[in-house]
Design a binder for this molecule. Structure first.
Ligand SMILES: Cc1ncc(C[n+]2csc(CCOP(=O)(O)OP(=O)(O)O)c2C)c(N)n1
Ligand SMILES: [Mg+2]
Length: 571
């Protein structure tokens, strides 16, 4: 029998979906049957990945997209499974990661009126008023499949939304009876549902921005996620070189600009100080950033001319957002940067000016490099420092390695000392709901099995990631990765947040702020029990090199995860 569910699976194949990350329930008999039927009859179907935890599954779809650029599907159980997607929903929405989520819903008949009618107690309990409303605030689109006759249309329409700018997750819901409905196969028309083509700048805008950048004394580009599209990095680098324009990353989410380029001026996060490069810029081009600076601590000079480019410059989903820009432009970064490059080629700036600007930034770059090198030592008292561990790892990796960074208070340490150069070679979630890295590493490895995947995470974020599920999946699906846990015995960041607002209060005088993980859990033991991971705890700097080498060997040769529990000073 060919059902709505069979057509749903066919639509996914037509749309180029390779994996469905599933967590099944009583809403899915039609899909389970359709999957078994497709397998038995040899029909093409996405590979099914069993996800014991939904958030891990959705994070895997997120990571897969980050590496491959191809949206995948996530299948969850009614409103319960939808809620269990948890913070992964936030991360995909904020990180603009496209994927299709499908959830069943309780049968809408209770006397056997239709195939799929209620036959289990839970179907009354799981019947809720607004299942789609649970995630609507985060979805680019949501809809209900009401008949199998147009299910393929709904799949293609939702993926068209997911893949069109600003991209993000979409949600479809279908009740049991609808997913059981017998239908006739329809032709593949996925090609007519492609993403909306990227938009560029209008010609006047190109000239206006181009002229301002050429006239500037000290032009600066600020970005957070230009490199989410790895193809946008080359025009960015070329434009910056042509202009002698420095690049400052704010809360980077990808490899936006090669760290060894002398125009690179570092990355800013929550540092409670004014960034001097930002303060010195007279013309600033913000491209693809949700938080280009934090005005209460660090901002451009009042007279700076600011231009802002993003496919979603209004930040449609953020109630409060503003930067004091002289011009705001809705455009795709790769397209816009290419247009600006062409304009600058046709109207080349004065070469001595460009050389002067570039030399200025190169001087700052060299001082920065020196300061970073000085940090790549062990901490006082023979303790490990994160900068030391990251720097030692850098020496063992090449440009092809995929680095996943969820190191929280150590985000900048990882970015600065791993110092990536290849577009697409480092990622964060792009959101703020912790626990993304484990699923993301699995997705990344599925997307590029030949690459090494190296994860850096805080100990708190490791606990958030549902490591039992992550490590079980990593073994089951052969997606081994190196996982370096920065174990500062707890949550440093909430402590820093409290002390930043109340530096002299009770909290500052208290000897504990309920952020500690003492006594520490055995993280290597958790990963070993769940997925047969290899691992060890590291406390002595002299053991680091051998342990990092062994971790890479284990992942490459034994094809199992390698977990290093790196003991840092207590937070
Ligand atoms: C799902 C979720 N819960 C809580 C928080 C709030 N939060 C932000 S940072 C942090 C601590 C993270 O701990 P860890 O990964 O060990 O990093 P550290 O701060 O110690 O560097 C917490 C709890 C969050 N961002 N997301
Ligand atoms: Mg911690």
């Amino acid at each position: 029998m060919y059902s709505t569910s069979s057509a749903f699976l066919d639509a996914l194949v037509e749309a180029g979906v390779s994996y469905i990350f599933v967590n099944l329930g009583s809403d899915h008999p039609a899909l389970v049957e359709a999957i078994a039927e497709a397998r038995a009859s040899g029909r093409a179907m996405p590979t099914v990945i069993t996800c014991p935890n939904e958030m891990v599954g959705m994070s895997a779809a997120h990571g897969f997209w980050q590496i491959s650029g191809v949206a995948q599907a996530v299948l969850v159980h009614v409103e319960c499974g939808t809620q269990a997607l948890a913070g992964a929903v936030h991360n995909a929405a904020k990180g603009r990661a496209p994927m299709l989520i499908f959830a069943g819903s309780s049968p809408f008949t209770q006397h056997g009126e239709l195939p799929g009618s209620r036959n289990e107690f839970i179907q009354w309990i799981q019947d809720v008023h607004d299942q789609r409303g649970l995630v609507r605030g985060y979805m680019r689109y949501d809809a209900e499949i009401r008949t199998g006759r147009n299910v393929k249309e709904l799949v293609h329409r939702s993926l068209q939304f997911a893949n069109s700018d600003p991209r993000g997750p979409v949600y479809l819901m279908g009740a049991r009876e609808v997913m059981e409905e017998e239908v006739t196969p329809t032709p593949d028309d996925a090609a007519s549902w492609r993403a909306v083509e990227p938009v560029g700048l209008n010609p006047a805008a190109v000239a206006r921005i181009g002229r301002a950048l050429c006239e500037a004394q000290r032009p600066l580009l600020i970005t957070s996620f230009v490199g989410r599209n790895p193809r946008a990095v080359a025009p960015l680098v070329a434009l910056c070189r042509k202009l002698g324009m420095g690049v400052l990353e704010s809360v980077p989410n990808a490899m936006n600009f090669p760290h060894d380029d002398t125009l690179y001026q570092g990355n800013q996060w929550n540092e409670p100080v004014q960034n001097p490069v930002l303060a010195a810029a007279d013309t600033i081009l913000v491209v693809d950033s949700d938080v280009p600076w934090i005005p209460t601590v660090s901002r451009p000079c009042d007279t700076a001319r600011i231009f802002h480019i993003d496919v979603d410059p209004l930040k449609q989903q953020m109630p409060l957002w503003h930067i004091k820009a002289d011009g705001t432009f809705r455009a795709d970064a790769e397209t816009a940067l290419g247009q600006l490059l062409t304009w600058v080629d046709a109207h080349p700036p004065d070469s001595t000016t460009v050389a002067r600007r570039a030399a200025h930034y190169a001087g700052l770059h060299a001082s920065r490099a020196e300061a970073l090198a000085a940090l790549e030592v062990t901490a006082s008292g023979g303790l490990l420092s994160a900068a030391f561990v990251v720097a030692r790892m850098r020496e063992l990796l090449d440009d092809s390695t995929i680095v996943i960074n969820e190191s929280i208070s150590l985000y900048p340490t990882v970015f600065n000392h791993i110092a990536r150069r290849r577009p697409g070679s480092i990622h964060t979630s792009g959101g703020g709901s912790l626990g993304w890295h484990g699923g993301a590493a699995i997705g990344a490895k599925l997307a590029r099995p030949e690459a090494d995947v190296v994860v850096f995470t805080g100990d708190g974020s490791f606990m958030f990631s549902v490591p039992s599920s992550v490590h079980w999946m990593a073994r089951r699906y052969g997606t081994p990765f190196v996982q370096i846990i920065f174990n500062n015995r707890g949550w440093k960041s909430p402590k820093l947040s409290a002390l930043a607002v109340h530096p002299d209060g009770f909290a500052a005088r208290a000897n504990q702020l309920d952020t500690s993980f003492e006594p520490a859990a055995d993280y290597v033991g958790i990963a070993a029990a769940a997925g047969g991971a290899w691992g060890r705890q590291l406390r002595d700097p002299s053991e680091v090199d051998a342990a990092l080498r062994e971790a890479l060997r284990v992942v490459r040769e034994e094809k199992r995860c390698a977990v290093l529990d790196v003991w840092l000073a207590h937070h």
